[in-house]
Design a protein around this ligand. Structure first.
Ligand code: PMP
Ligand code: GLN
Length: 383
């Protein structure tokens, strides 16, 4: 075997693959990995079929299908009153994860520091490390999972190149508030710090809380890469299609990286989305749709011994399991998959230190019957 020096020596297989494989092997109900188990919108499926029939089966431009970029710019204007130039500020990418990786690769030089809040979505840190930059870790304050801005101020120095934000947040379901934006503004003012804003759950926000997109704030957008995922919001995670919005200058650099990695993305779905995205109701109703699932799941779970933490957005709800288990969260997640047939995600995997607050993450983006069946099983724990 030829020797290879690993670029990511400390990285194993992502927890999502581990728990989904275990769930499949044991035929458990999978409330672990974040993906819906219900059918996506039929109209959107028909629009893809139609695009293929109409011959949209060849490469679109490297930046993305222009009518889709135009519709995205219109949508941003209608949501946030911000003007985005579709030609020079929007790039279609194969998913949100790729957009994030590309943005980091565009900006980071060896030795740069990147502020990452933990628990953190598991692609962030390897994406920083592979660019020879350094993640600077800050814990969100448990159990509210709020940002400690004093800690951020302490960690910032001349090497700080970027701050990574994610709202609505995976795995906690917390969201940024107007106060956080004020703190962020103060922290980055007069610095060369970029912002990576992971907004893949943008419409999946509950209780009428406004989504604090960087797109709302021109002064922050100036230094931001804002990343989105069609898969997450339109219930088609397997499509792996998303986009990145940034300034004209940063877009130029972003596309230098993008064009030699993927060049262009799946054409028929871009054609379909360019039409479907014009339907405002379709995206404005997503928050209520998912909130109903959160509320239904929480109502069912109230009969179990799990204790919920708040979830204001995303697909996810965190629960404490202290009353029914004293093992580590990973052992607990494995045990309930094996013994009760319900897979979850242990939250400690989202910390480099393995910090274990004895909580697990459930994905409630599922059919009612799936949630009911899962909770029926969970009710048996500790009885
Ligand atoms: N960021 C977060 C926080 C996510 O949960 C996901 C979902 N996997 C992504 C990015 C990436 O989405 P995509 O599947 O479009 O790559
Ligand atoms: N975002 C999804 C989750 O957090 C999973 C995506 C993936 O498997 N990479 O569960």
């Amino acid at each position: 075997m030829l020797p290879i020096q690993s670029k990511l020596p400390d990285v194993g297989t992502t927890i999502f693959t581990v728990m989904s494989s275990l769930a499949a092997e044991l035929k458990a109900i999978n409330l672990g990995q974040g993906f819906p188990d219900f059918q996506m919108n039929e109209e959107l499926i028909s629009l893809v079929d139609e695009a293929m029939e109409n011959g949209f089966n060849q490469y679109v431009p490297m930046q993305g299908y222009m009518p889709l970029r135009e519709t995205i710019a219109e949508k941003i204007h209608s949501l946030y009153n911000t003007n985005i130039d579709p030609d020079s500020q929007v790039t279609i990418t194969p998913g949100g994860t790729y957009a994030i990786y590309t943005a980091l690769t565009t900006v980071l030089q060896p030795g740069d520091e990147v502020i990452v809040f933990e628990p953190a979505y598991d692609s962030y840190i390897p994406n920083i490390v592979i660019n020879n930059a350094k993640p600077v870790l800050i814990n969100l304050k448990f159990p509210e999972y709020k940002i400690d801005w004093d800690e951020v101020r302490k960690k910032i120095n001349s090497k700080t190149r970027m701050i990574m934000l994610n709202s609505p947040h995976n795995p906690t379901g917390n969201v940024l508030r107007a106060e956080d934006i004020e703190e962020l503004r103060a922290v980055v003012k007069d610095t060369n710090i970029f912002i990576l804003s992971d907004e893949v759950y943008e419409h999946l926000i509950f209780d009428n809380v406004p989504h604090q997109s960087m797109l709302r704030y021109p002064d922050l957008l100036e230094r931001s890469f804002v990343c989105f995922s069609f898969g997450k919001i339109y219930h088609c995670t397997g499509w792996k299609l998303g986009y990145c919005i940034t300034t004209q200058e940063l877009t130029k650099e972003f596309r230098k990286v993008h064009q030699f990695n993927c060049f262009s993305c799946h054409s028929p779905s871009q054609v379909a989305l360019s039409k479907y995205l014009k339907n405002k109701e379709a995206y404005l109703s997503l928050g209520n749709f998912m909130q109903e699932k959160r509320d239904y799941f929480r109502q069912l779970m109230s009969a179990t011994k799990f204790i919920p933490l708040p979830s204001y957005g995303s697909y996810f709800q965190i629960y404490k399991y202290g009353e029914i288990g004293d093992e580590s969260d990973t052992d607990f997640a494995i045990r309930i998959t094996k013994e009760y047939g319900v897979a979850t995600i242990p939250v400690s995997v989202f910390y480099q230190s393995g910090k274990d607050d004895k909580v697990v993450r459930f994905c409630f983006a599922k059919k009612k019957e799936t949630l009911e069946k899962a909770v029926e099983r969970l009710l048996k724990i500790g009885r």
